[in-house]
Design a protein around this ligand. Structure first.
Ligand SMILES: *[C@@H]1O[C@H](CO)[C@@H](O)[C@H](O)[C@H]1NC(C)=O
Ligand SMILES: *[C@@H]1O[C@H](CO)[C@@H](O)[C@H](O)[C@H]1NC(C)=O
Length: 344
């Protein structure tokens, strides 16, 4: 049984258009999750350790102000197109589209005011909440009026996130959730004692602005081979890596499959990621620098969290040999990611 409650979380500042932000609390025997109508943000996620003690395992803020100020997409749904688009530019049917550049020379996570920064219309479900938004034609430079539904449902220890969209004109789309996890509990100083595995035979090397070079490289014999679990701290040292911020290419196909697993041996907490999406951006919080004031006065230094962002491959709109991100009128975008929490 999942209990669903709603309450008011805060009010958007006038300069951001005002409006009430609601918080939805989904609770089962083993998981409690808080989700905001701002950006469909997962603001808290409590799971149990081996001794059945709950801890909040996602980074975030106590108050709405934290989320309306600049922050690195904590817990948010990002779109229309997650990740980077080179030079914020793409050409479709002979027409060039220019997006807002918010990440050096590139466009990142939807632009200046992406899906993470807007209010969504919520509808309570028996075991979750569905958020709807109409993204106007031309929003952030993207063509077509896009109807989007993001649905969170909690079933026991499994949180499902379903993304659906319909468009009036051909447009690229790739939606994900950008939760930052630390299975020791948010506010713990690093993730070096976590064990991670990712079911990917290949990954996408990137240039110095983090745009894929176009090569689909085998992980075999490299630091990107995470097919067997590695202890993160030891692994980064061994391969002289400053951290991960890379797309892993998942086995293709629309079916649900297990794609990643993380385990924190001291607490026993585990998370398994299952998805229908073609890619997984593994990010180890390389840009966190301890300057944000998080929940319970926590600070979030470099490598104090990781993200497992299921999505299409980055810059796919400019790479014809990547899985197509284009949605056509009459079609439906429909992807689901399941986060399964447990102990080991
Ligand atoms: C909920 O989870 C149980 C197993 O834990 C599964 O048998 C059942 O089909 C799930 N229900 C839904 C609606 O996904
Ligand atoms: C979305 O796709 C799933 C299969 O992955 C399917 O079960 C579900 O019915 C689809 N949803 C809609 C609204 O078509």
């Amino acid at each position: 049984m999942t209990e669903v409650k709603r309450e008011i979380f805060g009010h958007m500042p006038q300069e951001d258009g005002g409006g009430e932000v609601e918080k939805f609390v989904l609770q089962s025997d083993s998981v409690r999750v808080e989700i905001l109508s701002l950006g469909c943000i997962i603001a808290a996620l409590e799971t149990r350790d081996r001794a059945k003690q709950f801890a909040d395992i996602v980074l975030g803020f106590d108050k709405l102000e934290g989320y309306t100020r600049k922050h690195p997409f904590f817990g948010a749904v990002v779109g229309r197109v997650a990740n980077r688009i080179a030079k914020g530019k793409f050409t479709m049917d002979g027409k060039e589209y220019q997006l807002f550049l918010n990440n050096g020379p590139n466009s990142l996570h939807g632009g200046a005011r992406g899906f993470d920064k807007v209010l969504w219309s919520p509808q309570i479900l028996p075991n979750g909440v569905c958020f709807y938004r109409l993204s106007p034609d031309g929003e952030e430079g993207y063509p077509g009026e896009l109807k989007v539904w993001v649905t969170y449902t909690l079933n026991g220890s499994e949180l499902a996130i379903n993304y659906r969209a319909q468009t009036s004109k051909k447009t690229p789309i790739s939606l994900t959730n950008h939760a930052y996890f630390n299975l020791a509990g948010q506010g713990s100083p690093d993730i070096y004692d976590h064990e991670i595995s990712i079911e990917a035979d290949s990954y996408l090397p990137v240039d110095d602005t983090k745009i894929p070079t176009g090569e689909v490289a085998a992980v075999q014999g490299t630091g990107f081979d995470l097919r067997q679990p590695v202890q993160l701290g030891k692994h980064l040292k061994q391969f002289h890596l400053d951290g991960f911020d890379h797309n892993f290419c998942l086995p293709l196909g629309q079916a649900r499959r297990l794609v990643a697993r993380a385990q924190h041996p001291p607490s026993g907490r585990t998370i398994e990621v299952h998805t229908t999406q073609p890619g997984l951006q593994f990010y180890t919080g390389n840009n966190l620098d301890g300057s944000l004031k998080g929940k319970g006065a926590a600070t979030y230094p470099k490598h104090s969290a990781f993200c497992l962002e299921t999505q299409n491959w980055p810059d796919a709109v400019n790479k014809p040999h990547f899985p197509s991100p284009l949605l056509l009128p009459g079609e439906e975008y429909n992807h689901t990611t399941w986060l399964c929490f447990g102990t080991a």
